[in-house]
Write a protein that binds this ligand. Structure first.
Ligand SMILES: Nc1ncnc2c1ncn2[C@@H]1O[C@H](COP(=O)(O)OP(=O)(O)OP(=O)(O)O)[C@@H](O)[C@H]1O
Length: 240
C-alpha cells in the first residue's frame, strides 16, 4: 500500500512548552486512522500540523511525497476543524457555494455537487435555511459537507461526530467506509471509545506522545484486554 501521510519525529512546542513530542506515524491509502486521546493530549495540534496550518517545531510531515506546509497540497485535503467555520448569515447552500468557488469547482457542476454533499450528511431539506438557525449537530454536518465538496483524497476530521445522534453517526460512518473503498484516507480525532473501535488503525495519545499504535484488535491483543478503553488505561500505566 502507498503511504499517503508520513510524520517523522515531529515535535511541536508553544512558548517553550512541548505539546507534541517525537511523533512518528504512517497513514496509508484507503485507511481510517483514529487519533484517540483525552482533552489536551495534542490531537488538534497533530491534525493542524498534518494539514499545514501549523509548521512543526522540528521533524517533517509529508503528504504524498510533498513536505507540508504546502498550499498546493491543500487541494487534496478536506479539513473539518473542531470549531465550525460557517457564515451564519448565509444559508447552507450559500455557505457551500462560497467554498465551492474557493476550491475552484467548475461553475456548471457546483449546484449538483452541493446537492450531493448535502444528501450525504442528510441536510438536503435544510438547504435554504440560514446556518445561524442550525442546531449544533447540523452545523457539524454542514462543516463535514464543506470538507467533502472538492472530493479530497485525504479527509482530516477533528471530532466530526460531536453533537450528532447515534443513528446519524452510524450513517456518517457508513459514508466514511464508502469513501475508504474509493481509496480515500480518513484521519479522525476522537475521545469516544466506540468510535475508536471502528478505525482501521489507531494512535493512542497522551501528553503529546503516542503511547501505542496499531489496529484496535492488535492493541487489545497486546494488552490482553477486551476493549480499547482498557488498552488505553493499560498503556497509560493503569493496571486493569
Ligand atoms: N496556539 C497555542 N498556544 C499555546 N498552547 C497551545 C496552543 N494550541 C494548543 N495549545 C496547548 O496544547 C495542548 C494540546 O492541545 P490540543 O488542542 O492539541 O489538544 P486536544 O487533544 O485536541 O484537546 P481537545 O480534545 O480538548 O480538543 C493543550 O495543553 C493546549 O493548551
Amino acid at each position: 500500500m502507498d503511504s499517503f501521510i508520513t510524520m517523522n519525529e515531529v515535535s511541536q512546542s508553544f512558548n517553550g512548552e512541548d505539546v507534541l513530542t517525537s511523533i512518528n506515524l504512517e497513514i496509508n491509502e484507503g485507511e481510517i486512522y483514529g487519533l484517540l486521546g483525552p482533552s489536551g493530549s495534542g490531537k488538534t495540534t497533530l491534525v493542524k500540523t498534518i494539514v499545514g496550518t501549523l509548521k512543526p517545531s522540528s521533524g517533517t510531515v509529508y503528504v504524498q511525497d510533498v513536505e507540508m506546509p504546502s498550499l498546493k497540497k491543500l487541494q487534496d485535503i478536506g479539513y473539518m476543524a473542531q470549531a465550525d467555520a460557517l457564515y451564519s448569515e448565509l444559508t447552507a447552500k450559500e455557505n457551500l457555494a462560497f467554498f465551492a468557488k474557493l476550491y475552484g469547482i467548475p461553475r456548471h457542476s457546483i449546484s449538483n455537487r452541493i446537492d450531493e454533499v448535502l444528501s450525504q450528511v442528510d441536510l438536503l431539506e435544510s438547504k435554504n435555511k440560514l446556518a445561524d438557525k442550525f442546531s449544533g449537530g447540523m452545523k457539524r454536518r454542514l462543516s463535514l459537507a464543506i470538507a467533502l465538496l472538492h472530493k479530497p483524497k485525504i479527509l482530516i476530521l477533528d471530532e466530526p461526530t460531536v453533537g450528532i445522534d447515534p443513528i446519524l453517526r452510524n450513517k456518517v460512518w457508513n459514508h466514511f467506509y464508502e469513501m475508504k473503498q474509493q481509496g480515500i484516507s480518513i484521519i479522525i480525532t476522537t475521545h469516544v471509545m466506540d468510535e475508536a473501535e471502528k478505525c482501521d488503525q489507531l494512535a493512542l495519545l497522551r501528553d503529546g506522545k503516542i503511547m501505542a499504535s496499531g489496529s484496535p484488535s492488535k492493541l487489545k491483543k497486546q494488552t490482553n484486554t477486551s476493549s480499547i478503553e482498557q488498552s488505553f488505561l493499560y498503556y497509560g500505566g493503569v493496571q486493569t
